[in-house]
Design a binder for this molecule. Sequence first.
Ligand SMILES: [Zn+2]
Length: 359
Amino acid sequence: MTTSRYLPHGAFFRDLNEAVDGYFESTKTSRQATPGMWLKTIFILTWFVSSWAVLVFAATTWWQALAAALSLGFAMAGIGFNIQHDGGHRATSDTQGWNRAMALTLDVLGGSSYIWHWKHNVQHHTTPNVAGHDSDIDIEPFVRLAPEQQWRPAHRYQHLYTWFLYALLAVKWHFLDDIKDVITGHIGTRSFPRPKGFDMVAFVGGKTFFFTWAFVIPSFFHPWWQVLLGYFIVSVVVSLSLALTFQSAHCVIGAAFPSGEGQREWARHQVMTSIDFAPRHPFWTWYLGGLNYQLEHHLFPRICHVHYPAIAPLVRAVCEKHGVEYQVMPSVGFALASHARFLAQMGRAPDAATVPVVA
Ligand SMILES: [Zn+2]
């Protein structure tokens, strides 16, 4: 499905924009990063660099190294949630250079901001939860994350084993996906333009920089097996943090998985497929970069995440006025349990008459 398949924007979209525009006009605030957001950016980047420095240069016992590795993993996920994600959506600043700089933090972490743009901004945000179009729900053939995806007998156990696959997400990005995507010119089944010019320099430079700080420099100070073990622990923390946060907002009981051919408004589609969790929880709202306000994020991805708690009640009121269900889960634990139940539900053998089944 492409955006052209969506119905034209209607009164729901207009009312959402009126409510949110009204908020920014009446409070005279910018939609982009506030001074508090810049401080948060500096804090998280400092947390990242100091965790790495302690891990490589200062830790002398196994428990000090483990604590530093866990800290580094959570700091890296924090950069993804708060800094790179906003920058990639051009929500940090009116100055594109700042957005670009924030987006490039993903390349520092071993990912690729260029491929992320196509995967996340284009594929995921345009068609969330549409099988065959949203790469975030494509873990086929190992995991079935949408009713339209083919069921296989092993999926009966996916609520038990999928967590281990999530834990390997970053390793897969670092060593496989990005490089394979650039060589083939495809993300999943969909093609995308290969990086050129600055984008190619950032891709190669980012990977080189990442491998230098993650493997080369530590190997001057520690045996190779300790470097690999440290990398693995950090990667597992990053992977689980990212995967569970995104899956908790889309792949849960109550989220819709619309057909690619469905006729609906873009804004309704975004609300049907996104569910907030743990709203107003001070720690999660701070650490997850507003991704617990996923519904607001999908409607207004160009607004910096620090504004989501303020606009959420306005969005909810417009949804209620238009009879669009606004779904919220009360806590992180509830969201994770809902994702586990969703995995079990998708893993059950479907009605063969309605869903394609592979023996
Ligand atoms: Zn996003």
